[in-house]
Design a binder for this molecule. Structure first.
Ligand SMILES: [Zn+2]
Length: 327
């Protein structure tokens, strides 16, 4: 093989391979609080700027004020692809009243990352920055889910309905749920769906007091988690006397609201007509094992049941309400 032929062949292969290699390496973009690693510079910039917007706007929503910049940027690793299910993992350390060492790894379609995954994960970070200690999990997850896109929230409402209708033993009586400091070791989706629904209910209850129902919920969470007295906090912030009453009124609210749910065909990413779930493909998040000493949030990719019961009314087994402590 003569040298010019070898050189031309090499250059031709390089011209083909270089874009692939650069694409595999990805690109980074930095803002004041985030360093985003994504497949392209353009997408890294868009995710990073959206993360900053979420950080500012969601702090105003939940706290009524913006946060000062963190002392170190949060690295964010993004896996974007149209067939990837929306999900992520965020970890950080609480120590001596401080929170730091942020890390985030997220995945999903480009659109869902922007309108659901980033708002969800950044709500966890805002609450951690405000509380400086772990927030009760059901509230933390419910609040984070409440700022996702309508289609994601519709998925959770359907999931809850599915669990309540056909598999109620997978749900949690509220007296057990409020005491949970960690995710369920197995079968976490009922926990997510129930936490989100309870947060939606409390946000709606809060609207009767003033227009700051999100801030009211944060104050309720602060009071209940400081004292451990959920009953007094419920009475003070929502006029609900105890957890038993909350469970009964919440179930009644879920039941009465079912007919208002959008139909499956209106909601993307629920199920295709042949019953195959779409946008539901997990990738292996590289840090599946929790780093020692860190609080880890989510570490899950949502899986959506492919069969839904769309009857308008549900019959909730009475036994679901029997495990509630009513003081
Ligand atoms: Zn979460």
């Amino acid at each position: 093989m003569d040298a010019p032929f070898f050189r031309n062949s090499f250059l031709r292969h390089l011209a083909v391979l270089l874009p692939l290699l650069l694409s595999a390496m990805g690109a980074s973009y930095e803002t004041a609080n985030f360093t985003v690693h994504a497949p392209t510079v353009e997408s890294a910039q868009q995710f990073a700027e959206t993360a900053e917007q979420c950080r500012r706007n969601l702090a105003l929503l939940w706290l009524g004020t913006t946060l000062p910049d963190w002392s170190a940027k949060c690295p964010v690793k993004v896996h974007a692809g149209k067939d990837l299910g929306a999900g992520g993992r965020t970890s950080f350390v609480f120590e001596n009243g401080e929170v730091f060492d942020w890390e985030m790894e997220i995945q999903g379609s480009h659109e869902r990352i922007l309108d659901s995954v980033l708002p969800h994960e950044i709500t966890h970070m805002i609450l951690a920055s405000h509380f400086r200690k772990p927030v009760p999990r059901w509230l933390d997850e419910g609040m984070a889910t409440s700022v996702e896109h309508q289609s994601e929230k519709a998925n959770y409402r359907r999931m809850l309905r599915h669990f309540l209708q056909s598999n109620v033993q997978r749900c949690f009586p509220l007296n057990r749920m409020v005491a949970m400091k960690e995710y369920p070791s197995a079968d976490p989706m009922p926990f997510y769906a129930q936490g989100f629904s309870l947060v939606e209910y409390l946000l709606e209850m809060g609207q009767q007091y003033d227009e700051h129902e999100h801030r009211r919920l944060v104050r309720f969470a602060q009071s209940a988690s400081q004292t451990g007295d959920w009953q007094s906090a419920l009475q003070e912030y929502y006029g609900i006397p105890n957890l038993g009453e909350l469970q009964l009124s919440w179930i009644s609210w879920v039941d009465s609201g079912l007919s208002a749910l959008p139909m499956a065909a209106d909601v993307p990413n629920v199920a295709s007509p042949d019953g195959e779930a779409t946008a539901n493909v997990p990738v292996a998040l590289t840090s599946a094992r929790p780093p020692s000493g860190k609080s880890v949030y989510d570490r899950r990719v949502k899986t959506i049941p492919t069969q839904w019961n769309d009857e308008k009314a549900i019959a909730i087994p009475v036994s679901f309400g029997r495990d509630v402590v009513v003081r």
